[in-house]
Design a protein around this ligand. Structure first.
Ligand SMILES: [Zn+2]
Length: 256
């Protein structure tokens, strides 16, 4: 597998590397992503509103690689509407709707790939993202926060929540429930999609589910909540069924 950076993958997907630049000595590292400049570097002067320089791999440096240079200037890569998604050798795929996230989380592209979710306007985060080299352990750049998703664990948790919700009657939920917020941290995001809560009552089954959920990382919780929402939207009992339903719908839409 080829070693790469999220910047290289993202710049290629969003329209290519910035032209120009100056010859850089062998081994010059990019101040932003920390990757090799491959012989050409660009002078980067942060604009007045850019306050992420401390997140640079080399905050003191002012030479960036051609990929970071193009990403730091790109509007396409910083708009939440178009910029949130996954980049890989096959290009960019949007990750906005529950269904788009279901498709990604149940069938990620061939590694290497990188994932970033833009959580504020004109947020440059692609250069911060890490590259996934494994389909089951996936780094997700969630705004300025780096999350790790353990995919099998998130799918198992979503299935457990779906099963619990299917077994619990509405009356039970109304009489004996506690709210389990997914995460205070994720609520900091401006995107309301990450604030979802669900109800868990206080019975035995609920206790074991709560234990299972308490073992999830922030990234696992994010993925679990996307998968659960998608399965509910598609009215399927499990994540695998939701993925199959999605594939069938898409095949119909494209006439395959
Ligand atoms: Zn770079």
């Amino acid at each position: 597998m080829i070693a790469t950076t999220a910047s290289i993958l993202a710049a290629a997907a969003f329209g290519g590397e910035a032209p120009g630049g100056q010859a850089a000595p062998e081994g010059t590292r990019c101040a932003a992503c920390g990757g090799d400049c491959h012989g050409t570097s660009h002078h980067y002067v942060a604009g007045k509103s850019f306050n992420d320089k401390s997140m640079f791999s080399h905050p003191g440096g002012d030479r960036v690689c051609a990929s970071c240079s193009s990403l730091l200037l790109s509007d396409e890569a910083t708009s939440g509407h178009t910029g949130s998604g996954v980049v890989s050798a096959i290009g960019f795929k949007r990750l906005l709707s529950n269904r788009e996230r279901l498709a990604f989380l149940t069938a990620p592209p061939e590694p290497p790939f990188a994932v970033a979710l833009i959580t504020a306007k004109r947020q440059h985060v692609w250069w911060m993202a890490r590259v996934a080299y494994d389909r089951d352990v996936i780094p997700v750049q969630f705004g300025h926060r780096a999350l790790i998703v353990d995919r099998p664990r998130a799918i198992a948790a979503a299935d457990a929540v779906l099963e619990y919700e299917a077994e619990t009657t509405e009356r039970d939920q109304k009489t004996t429930y506690v709210f389990v917020p997914l995460s205070r941290d994720l609520k900091l995001s401006q995107d309301g999609q990450y604030t979802s809560r669900f109800q868990i009552d206080q019975g035995n089954h609920a206790r074991s589910l709560k234990q299972q959920l308490s073992r999830l990382s922030l990234g696992d919780l994010w993925a679990m909540s996307q998968l659960r929402s998608a399965a509910r939207e598609l009215k399927t009992p499990t994540v695998a069924d939701a993925a199959r339903a999605l594939t069938a719908t898409e095949a119909l839409a494209t006439g395959d």
